[in-house]
Design a protein around this ligand. Structure first.
Ligand SMILES: CCCCCCCC(=O)SCCNC(=O)CCNC(=O)[C@H](O)C(C)(C)COP(=O)(O)OP(=O)(O)OC[C@H]1O[C@@H](n2cnc3c(N)ncnc32)[C@H](O)[C@@H]1OP(=O)(O)O
Length: 170
């Protein structure tokens, strides 16, 4: 099924997952969808692998952590949080050299915490990895006290604007 993109989220400069200047990172892009979910897209590279040809489980954990954590911005972009817990189930190998879609949503939102779930979906529609995570809400200046957000948290120029995202298997 195809979903309309309502907004492309900002990215940071150096984050392992979204950092635009981190050449060894995933350079993932994050898109808010019309159905309230958040989708991320990244292309897995050889240097993300564990066994030959297979994305490292820690990389899958990282993309799920960030996609679920960012899903809170769909309803409130002033909320920031740090990961308190992350539980994963690795169901299928995730291949390298592949455009991978991760989709996430918030399942619980309280004054102090939010929880969410998400999955990495393979191009053939199979769900490769699922995760549930819990975040403790925290003001951004408490998470990163010496960070200048105007320099660190940037809109990404849209060379090729993405208007719709097809989520395989739906
Ligand atoms: C939003 C953008 C997406 C970002 C995605 C990526 C995020 C990251 O990678 S962050 C890096 C990894 N995580 C961290 O560095 C966090 C390190 N840990 C900490 O700073 C602290 O342990 C912290 C803030 C999680 C909790 O601090 P603490 O003083 O224990 O909090 P406290 O006020 O006692 O607890 C608040 C609530 O959170 C719950 N909680 C605390 N720690 C955890 C935990 N690890 N897991 C689950 N729940 C927790 C408590 O049970 C409490 O709930 P309740 O009031 O209902 O009992």
């Amino acid at each position: 099924m195809k979903y309309k993109v309502l907004k492309k989220q900002n990215s940071s400069k150096t984050c392992l997952v979204c950092g635009v200047k981190n050449d060894l990172g995933l350079k993932a892009r994050f898109y808010q969808l019309e159905n309230g979910e958040l989708a991320s897209i990244f292309n897995s590279k050889e240097f993300h692998q564990s066994y030959p040809g297979r994305v490292h489980g820690g990389i899958s954990a990282a993309i799920l952590d960030e996609t679920i954590g960012r899903a809170i911005s769909v309803s409130d972009e002033t909320v920031w949080g740090v990961t308190g817990s992350l539980e994963l189930r690795y169901k299928k190998p995730v291949p390298i050299d592949c455009d991978l879609i991760t989709v996430a949503r918030v399942t619980r939102d309280t004054r102090k915490l939010f929880e969410g779930e998400g999955e990495i979906i393979l191009p053939n529609g199979e769900i490769a990895v699922t995760a549930k995570a819990k975040y403790v809400k925290m003001p951004i200046d408490q998470i990163a006290d010496e960070c200048d957000m105007a320099e660190e948290w940037l809109p990404i120029p849209d060379d090729e604007p993405v208007e719709y995202i097809e989520i395989p298997g739906r």
